[in-house]
Design a protein around this ligand. Structure first.
Ligand code: GNR
Ligand code: NI
Length: 174
């Protein structure tokens, strides 16, 4: 179990499409363990493998609150079966877009099919924050970030801030 470095925008890696996992083996389970540690350390409620530089269709999510029992959930090759027509909007953030938040509207319920930690096929109906989070993570598998849903102006303002922060960080490190 290792805490890995999280890639941040702008980084062309984050725009890559992740590939399907052929077999949920010990290598994939080890990746999921590292992702969970990385997500808890950040801290965040979800993480896609591409965020630690691995372009595979793997997601971890834990929506348990502080002080509650941890509830890690693993999703390999997730597919949306049905999205609701009704939308809900949540203030989203992303570990790959640090310090930036915006209201994003998405279907408020979605039914997904995926493989779990053991490679068993599961179907799950999600709503509320869970539905938002799984859709946010599934976007990462396609190289999409929540800022892509914003107006050109808002998006460019965020990207400008991120580049500025990255440059000042580099100055501190160098
Ligand atoms: O930690 C996270 N919080 C969050 C809040 C609202 C909507 C989505 C998220 S996911 C984010 C972690 C992350 O970047 N996952 O890719
Ligand atoms: Ni994210």
């Amino acid at each position: 179990m290792t805490i890995r470095n999280i890639l941040t925008e702008p980084n062309p890696f984050l725009r890559q499409k992740s590939v399907k996992v052929e077999n949920v083996d010990d290598n994939i389970r080890s990746l999921m363990d590292d992702m969970l540690d990385t997500m808890y350390a950040a801290p965040g409620i979800g993480l896609a493998a591409i965020q630690i530089g691995v372009p595979k269709r793997v997601i971890v999510i834990d929506l348990s609150r502080d002080g509650e029992k941890k509830n890690p959930q693993f999703f390999v090759n997730p597919e949306i079966i049905i999205n609701s027509d009704t939308k809900a909007s949540y203030e989203e953030g992303c570990l790959s877009v640090p310090g930036q938040f915006a209201e994003i509207s998405r279907p408020d319920k979605c039914k997904i099919k995926f493989l779990n930690y053991n490679g068993d096929e599961k179907i799950l109906e999600t709503e509320g924050l869970f539905a938002t989070c799984i859709q946010h993570e599934m976007d990462h598998l396609e190289g999409i970030l929540f800022i892509d849903y914003l107006s050109k102006l808002k998006k460019s303002m965020i990207l400008k801030k991120l580049s500025k922060n990255k440059k000042s960080l580099e100055r501190i490190i160098v």
